[in-house]
Design a protein around this ligand. Structure first.
Ligand code: SAM
Length: 266
Protein backbone atom coordinates (compact mmCIF):
# COMPACT_ATOMS: atom_id res chain seq x y z
CA UNK A 1 0.00 0.00 0.00
CA UNK A 2 1.12 3.52 -0.72
CA UNK A 3 2.24 6.02 1.89
CA UNK A 4 1.63 8.97 -0.45
CA UNK A 5 -1.07 11.63 0.04
CA UNK A 6 -4.56 10.22 0.77
CA UNK A 7 -6.88 10.95 -2.16
CA UNK A 8 -10.52 12.04 -2.10
CA UNK A 9 -11.50 8.54 -3.24
CA UNK A 10 -9.56 6.89 -0.42
CA UNK A 11 -11.19 9.23 2.13
CA UNK A 12 -14.62 8.33 0.77
CA UNK A 13 -13.83 4.62 1.02
CA UNK A 14 -12.70 4.94 4.63
CA UNK A 15 -15.99 6.72 5.54
CA UNK A 16 -18.00 3.82 4.13
CA UNK A 17 -16.21 0.95 5.85
CA UNK A 18 -19.21 0.46 8.17
CA UNK A 19 -21.29 -0.90 5.28
CA UNK A 20 -18.47 -2.80 3.55
CA UNK A 21 -18.04 -6.57 3.56
CA UNK A 22 -20.99 -8.82 4.26
CA UNK A 23 -23.33 -5.85 4.88
CA UNK A 24 -22.70 -4.51 1.38
CA UNK A 25 -25.22 -6.83 -0.32
CA UNK A 26 -28.06 -5.26 1.69
CA UNK A 27 -27.36 -1.56 1.15
CA UNK A 28 -29.73 0.57 -0.92
CA UNK A 29 -32.38 -2.17 -1.06
CA UNK A 30 -29.90 -4.68 -2.48
CA UNK A 31 -29.11 -2.69 -5.66
CA UNK A 32 -25.49 -3.90 -5.71
CA UNK A 33 -26.41 -7.58 -5.28
CA UNK A 34 -29.30 -7.75 -7.74
CA UNK A 35 -28.72 -9.84 -10.89
CA UNK A 36 -31.47 -8.01 -12.82
CA UNK A 37 -29.96 -4.61 -12.03
CA UNK A 38 -26.53 -5.89 -13.12
CA UNK A 39 -27.78 -7.43 -16.39
CA UNK A 40 -27.33 -4.45 -18.80
CA UNK A 41 -23.74 -3.87 -17.62
CA UNK A 42 -22.88 -7.58 -17.77
CA UNK A 43 -24.41 -7.82 -21.26
CA UNK A 44 -22.12 -4.96 -22.34
CA UNK A 45 -19.11 -6.66 -20.70
CA UNK A 46 -19.89 -9.97 -22.43
CA UNK A 47 -20.17 -8.17 -25.75
CA UNK A 48 -16.73 -6.60 -25.14
CA UNK A 49 -15.32 -10.04 -24.26
CA UNK A 50 -16.67 -11.46 -27.53
CA UNK A 51 -15.13 -8.64 -29.56
CA UNK A 52 -11.78 -8.23 -27.80
CA UNK A 53 -11.10 -11.78 -26.50
CA UNK A 54 -9.22 -10.68 -23.36
CA UNK A 55 -6.96 -12.91 -21.23
CA UNK A 56 -7.67 -10.88 -18.09
CA UNK A 57 -10.77 -8.97 -16.95
CA UNK A 58 -10.23 -6.62 -14.01
CA UNK A 59 -13.19 -5.14 -12.12
CA UNK A 60 -11.96 -1.81 -10.73
CA UNK A 61 -13.54 -1.07 -7.36
CA UNK A 62 -15.11 -4.50 -7.70
CA UNK A 63 -16.09 -4.59 -4.02
CA UNK A 64 -17.32 -8.00 -2.90
CA UNK A 65 -16.82 -9.46 -6.39
CA UNK A 66 -20.55 -9.73 -7.06
CA UNK A 67 -20.31 -8.71 -10.73
CA UNK A 68 -17.45 -11.09 -11.52
CA UNK A 69 -19.25 -13.93 -9.72
CA UNK A 70 -22.34 -13.17 -11.82
CA UNK A 71 -20.27 -13.42 -15.00
CA UNK A 72 -19.04 -16.85 -13.86
CA UNK A 73 -22.61 -17.88 -13.08
CA UNK A 74 -23.60 -16.81 -16.61
CA UNK A 75 -20.99 -19.25 -17.98
CA UNK A 76 -18.02 -16.98 -18.66
CA UNK A 77 -14.98 -19.16 -17.93
CA UNK A 78 -12.29 -18.36 -20.46
CA UNK A 79 -10.88 -15.24 -18.80
CA UNK A 80 -8.79 -14.70 -15.66
CA UNK A 81 -10.81 -12.48 -13.30
CA UNK A 82 -9.34 -9.93 -10.88
CA UNK A 83 -11.27 -7.93 -8.30
CA UNK A 84 -9.34 -4.73 -7.52
CA UNK A 85 -10.44 -2.75 -4.48
CA UNK A 86 -8.94 -0.62 -1.75
CA UNK A 87 -11.18 -2.01 0.96
CA UNK A 88 -9.94 -5.16 2.65
CA UNK A 89 -13.45 -5.65 4.09
CA UNK A 90 -14.99 -5.70 0.61
CA UNK A 91 -12.35 -8.10 -0.72
CA UNK A 92 -12.68 -10.41 2.28
CA UNK A 93 -16.36 -10.93 1.36
CA UNK A 94 -15.29 -12.19 -2.09
CA UNK A 95 -15.05 -15.93 -1.45
CA UNK A 96 -15.13 -17.27 -5.01
CA UNK A 97 -11.87 -19.17 -5.61
CA UNK A 98 -11.98 -18.33 -9.33
CA UNK A 99 -11.66 -14.61 -8.64
CA UNK A 100 -8.19 -13.26 -7.85
CA UNK A 101 -8.09 -10.30 -5.47
CA UNK A 102 -5.85 -7.27 -5.54
CA UNK A 103 -5.94 -4.67 -2.79
CA UNK A 104 -4.80 -1.42 -4.36
CA UNK A 105 -5.82 2.20 -4.86
CA UNK A 106 -7.10 2.40 -8.43
CA UNK A 107 -4.93 5.37 -9.33
CA UNK A 108 -1.89 3.14 -8.72
CA UNK A 109 -2.95 -0.19 -10.15
CA UNK A 110 -0.69 -1.28 -13.02
CA UNK A 111 -1.11 -3.56 -16.00
CA UNK A 112 1.82 -5.63 -14.67
CA UNK A 113 -0.09 -6.32 -11.42
CA UNK A 114 -3.08 -7.56 -13.41
CA UNK A 115 -1.24 -9.58 -16.01
CA UNK A 116 2.20 -11.18 -15.70
CA UNK A 117 3.17 -11.51 -19.37
CA UNK A 118 1.76 -10.74 -22.78
CA UNK A 119 -1.97 -10.81 -23.34
CA UNK A 120 -5.07 -8.73 -23.68
CA UNK A 121 -6.67 -6.78 -20.86
CA UNK A 122 -10.29 -5.70 -20.41
CA UNK A 123 -11.28 -3.27 -17.65
CA UNK A 124 -14.72 -2.87 -16.14
CA UNK A 125 -16.21 -0.96 -13.20
CA UNK A 126 -19.51 0.03 -11.66
CA UNK A 127 -20.26 3.07 -9.54
CA UNK A 128 -16.62 3.96 -9.01
CA UNK A 129 -15.62 7.08 -10.98
CA UNK A 130 -17.55 9.55 -8.79
CA UNK A 131 -15.33 8.62 -5.81
CA UNK A 132 -12.47 10.52 -7.48
CA UNK A 133 -14.13 13.92 -7.21
CA UNK A 134 -13.97 16.86 -9.56
CA UNK A 135 -10.18 17.08 -9.53
CA UNK A 136 -9.28 13.40 -9.37
CA UNK A 137 -11.25 12.10 -12.33
CA UNK A 138 -8.94 13.24 -15.17
CA UNK A 139 -5.73 11.89 -13.58
CA UNK A 140 -7.50 8.60 -12.87
CA UNK A 141 -8.85 8.23 -16.43
CA UNK A 142 -5.41 9.04 -17.87
CA UNK A 143 -3.78 6.53 -15.52
CA UNK A 144 -6.25 3.80 -16.54
CA UNK A 145 -5.75 4.65 -20.21
CA UNK A 146 -1.98 4.22 -19.78
CA UNK A 147 -2.52 0.65 -18.55
CA UNK A 148 -4.31 -0.33 -21.77
CA UNK A 149 -2.93 -1.06 -25.22
CA UNK A 150 -4.63 0.57 -28.21
CA UNK A 151 -7.84 -1.28 -29.06
CA UNK A 152 -8.39 -2.62 -25.52
CA UNK A 153 -11.70 -1.82 -23.86
CA UNK A 154 -12.96 -0.26 -20.62
CA UNK A 155 -16.67 -0.89 -19.93
CA UNK A 156 -18.08 1.00 -16.97
CA UNK A 157 -21.39 1.88 -15.40
CA UNK A 158 -20.96 5.34 -13.98
CA UNK A 159 -23.20 7.84 -12.23
CA UNK A 160 -24.10 10.72 -14.55
CA UNK A 161 -27.05 12.93 -15.39
CA UNK A 162 -28.63 14.21 -18.59
CA UNK A 163 -29.19 17.66 -17.04
CA UNK A 164 -26.52 19.90 -15.50
CA UNK A 165 -28.97 20.93 -12.75
CA UNK A 166 -29.31 17.32 -11.63
CA UNK A 167 -25.55 16.77 -11.61
CA UNK A 168 -25.20 19.97 -9.54
CA UNK A 169 -27.92 18.89 -7.11
CA UNK A 170 -26.28 15.51 -6.52
CA UNK A 171 -22.79 17.01 -6.14
CA UNK A 172 -24.25 19.49 -3.64
CA UNK A 173 -25.95 16.70 -1.66
CA UNK A 174 -22.70 14.73 -1.44
CA UNK A 175 -20.73 17.85 -0.56
CA UNK A 176 -23.17 18.47 2.32
CA UNK A 177 -22.58 14.89 3.49
CA UNK A 178 -18.88 15.77 3.51
CA UNK A 179 -17.78 13.34 0.86
CA UNK A 180 -15.58 14.48 -2.02
CA UNK A 181 -17.72 12.63 -4.55
CA UNK A 182 -18.63 14.55 -7.67
CA UNK A 183 -21.18 14.05 -10.45
CA UNK A 184 -21.00 15.02 -14.10
CA UNK A 185 -23.45 15.19 -16.94
CA UNK A 186 -23.27 12.32 -19.44
CA UNK A 187 -21.82 14.72 -22.03
CA UNK A 188 -19.12 16.00 -19.69
CA UNK A 189 -18.09 12.51 -18.62
CA UNK A 190 -17.94 11.49 -22.29
CA UNK A 191 -15.74 14.51 -23.05
CA UNK A 192 -13.43 13.67 -20.13
CA UNK A 193 -13.11 10.06 -21.31
CA UNK A 194 -12.26 11.26 -24.83
CA UNK A 195 -9.76 13.74 -23.42
CA UNK A 196 -8.04 10.91 -21.54
CA UNK A 197 -7.55 9.01 -24.80
CA UNK A 198 -10.65 6.82 -25.01
CA UNK A 199 -13.03 6.63 -27.91
CA UNK A 200 -16.52 6.27 -26.45
CA UNK A 201 -18.17 3.62 -28.65
CA UNK A 202 -21.54 3.33 -26.87
CA UNK A 203 -23.49 4.96 -24.05
CA UNK A 204 -26.67 3.30 -22.78
CA UNK A 205 -28.89 3.81 -19.75
CA UNK A 206 -28.55 1.54 -16.69
CA UNK A 207 -31.03 1.11 -13.79
CA UNK A 208 -31.10 4.07 -11.40
CA UNK A 209 -30.27 3.75 -7.71
CA UNK A 210 -32.90 5.00 -5.25
CA UNK A 211 -31.25 6.19 -2.04
CA UNK A 212 -33.31 6.89 1.05
CA UNK A 213 -32.01 9.41 3.56
CA UNK A 214 -32.22 6.61 6.14
CA UNK A 215 -29.58 4.65 4.16
CA UNK A 216 -27.52 7.76 3.45
CA UNK A 217 -27.67 8.71 7.14
CA UNK A 218 -26.34 5.30 8.10
CA UNK A 219 -23.64 5.33 5.44
CA UNK A 220 -22.41 8.85 6.21
CA UNK A 221 -23.29 9.02 9.89
CA UNK A 222 -25.91 11.82 9.73
CA UNK A 223 -28.36 12.48 12.56
CA UNK A 224 -32.01 13.56 12.11
CA UNK A 225 -31.16 17.24 12.46
CA UNK A 226 -28.46 17.10 9.79
CA UNK A 227 -30.73 15.22 7.36
CA UNK A 228 -33.53 17.77 7.86
CA UNK A 229 -31.11 20.68 7.34
CA UNK A 230 -29.77 19.12 4.13
CA UNK A 231 -33.31 18.49 2.82
CA UNK A 232 -34.40 22.08 3.47
CA UNK A 233 -31.25 23.50 1.95
CA UNK A 234 -31.61 21.45 -1.23
CA UNK A 235 -35.28 22.37 -1.58
CA UNK A 236 -34.39 26.03 -1.15
CA UNK A 237 -31.50 25.97 -3.61
CA UNK A 238 -32.95 23.69 -6.31
CA UNK A 239 -36.72 23.98 -5.70
CA UNK A 240 -39.22 21.34 -4.61
CA UNK A 241 -40.52 18.65 -6.97
CA UNK A 242 -37.18 17.68 -8.53
CA UNK A 243 -37.28 14.29 -10.28
CA UNK A 244 -34.09 13.10 -8.58
CA UNK A 245 -34.83 14.49 -5.11
CA UNK A 246 -38.12 14.06 -3.28
CA UNK A 247 -39.32 14.67 0.28
CA UNK A 248 -40.75 11.60 2.04
CA UNK A 249 -42.27 12.75 5.32
CA UNK A 250 -39.32 13.70 7.54
CA UNK A 251 -36.94 11.91 5.21
CA UNK A 252 -35.96 12.33 1.55
CA UNK A 253 -35.11 10.14 -1.39
CA UNK A 254 -32.41 10.87 -3.96
CA UNK A 255 -32.01 9.09 -7.31
CA UNK A 256 -28.59 8.36 -8.75
CA UNK A 257 -28.75 7.93 -12.54
CA UNK A 258 -26.29 5.70 -14.37
CA UNK A 259 -25.07 5.10 -17.91
CA UNK A 260 -22.96 2.27 -19.28
CA UNK A 261 -19.99 3.48 -21.34
CA UNK A 262 -18.10 1.19 -23.70
CA UNK A 263 -14.77 2.87 -24.33
CA UNK A 264 -11.88 1.83 -26.54
CA UNK A 265 -8.33 2.93 -25.75
CA UNK A 266 -6.87 4.84 -28.70
C1 SAM B 1 -20.20 1.85 -4.79
S1 SAM B 1 -19.06 0.57 -4.50
C2 SAM B 1 -19.37 -0.47 -5.92
C3 SAM B 1 -18.87 -1.88 -5.74
C4 SAM B 1 -18.99 -2.74 -7.01
N1 SAM B 1 -18.36 -2.09 -8.14
C5 SAM B 1 -20.44 -3.03 -7.33
O1 SAM B 1 -20.98 -2.40 -8.24
O2 SAM B 1 -21.04 -3.87 -6.65
C6 SAM B 1 -17.51 1.32 -4.91
C7 SAM B 1 -16.32 0.43 -4.64
O3 SAM B 1 -15.16 1.10 -5.12
C8 SAM B 1 -14.12 0.97 -4.17
N2 SAM B 1 -13.23 2.13 -4.33
C9 SAM B 1 -13.59 3.43 -4.27
N3 SAM B 1 -12.51 4.21 -4.43
C10 SAM B 1 -11.45 3.39 -4.61
C11 SAM B 1 -10.05 3.61 -4.83
N4 SAM B 1 -9.54 4.84 -4.87
N5 SAM B 1 -9.25 2.55 -4.98
C12 SAM B 1 -9.76 1.28 -4.93
N6 SAM B 1 -11.08 1.02 -4.70
C13 SAM B 1 -11.91 2.06 -4.55
C14 SAM B 1 -14.84 0.94 -2.82
O4 SAM B 1 -14.04 0.34 -1.82
C15 SAM B 1 -16.09 0.14 -3.15
O5 SAM B 1 -15.92 -1.24 -2.96
Amino acid sequence: MTTSKITTAEQSVSRELGVHGHRWAGVFDGYFSDANVARPLLDAVEKAIEVSKPDVLADLGGGTGFLLAELLRRGMNSVRLVDVDLSEKQLSACANGRIAKLQSPLNQVTRRQLMAGEGKLLLMSRSMLHYFGRDGIDPLLKHLHRQLNPGEIFVHQSACFARQEDADLMSHLYERMETGKWFFTTDELTARLENAGFSVRAVTLAPSLEMSSVDLGERYDLDEEEKAAIRMEIEEKFGCGQKIFAREGKEFRATLCYCIFTCEAM
